[in-house]
Design a protein around this ligand. Structure first.
Ligand code: PNS
Length: 165
């Protein structure tokens, strides 16, 4: 069985991520979408909330599983008995960092292959940071994230605004 792990922060999942998930789900028997805990990044959504949003948008993809992980990605991938890491590449600017990560992961665990899927050009401008900025400034999220999670993001922005006063 060919199992791939698609790791990321997914804070929150965007249409660009979903495009990669859908395409990967056609290539692999199972795709595990993994929210990696990253203590260096301040997140808008908790890990559980990010997983919930991912579950919502992948509910019609039977071979896609949502999970979370921490620590070294290659250790997580081994634990899941997967042999592939999926990464999305938006632009040349992503390449240098992703290339370095792929080589580090290869050095740490030579049996695990990193495979890159190029993002569809219509999503090449998109990132979770762009989504958070548009949402925080009251802009329209249509076509940036799946429709079914727009209200969750709007609610979260409101919640943050209210707690900050
Ligand atoms: O969506 P992101 O924030 O670009 O995802 C980055 C992520 C989580 C895939 C990356 O930071 C990662 O792989 N973290 C796990 C720690 C690790 O294994 N790092 C590589 C060796 S230094």
């Amino acid at each position: 069985m060919k199992i791939a792990v698609y790791p990321g922060s997914f804070d929150p999942v965007t249409n660009g991520h979903l495009d990669i998930i859908e395409r990967a789900s056609k290539i692999f028997d199972k795709v595990i979408v993994t929210v990696m805990k990253n203590s260096n990044k301040v997140a808008m959504f908790t890990v559980e909330e990010r997983m919930e949003l991912l579950r919502k948008v992948t509910k019609d993809l039977p071979n896609v599983e949502i999970d979370w992980g921490t620590g070294l990605l290659v250790n997580y991938v081994k634990k899941k008995q997967a042999h592939f890491i999926i990464k999305g590449l938006r632009a040349v600017s992503d390449f240098e960092y992703e290339f370095q990560m792929a080589l580090v992961n290869k050095k740490l665990e030579p049996k695990i292959e990193t495979l890159f899927l190029t993002t569809s050009s219509k999503y090449s401008y998109l990132s979770s940071s762009v989504v958070k900025e548009v949402a925080s400034l009251g802009g329209c999220l249509k076509e940036l994230v799946p429709d079914e999670i727009i209200m969750d993001i709007v609610r979260k922005v409101r919640e943050i605004r209210e707690t900050r006063g």
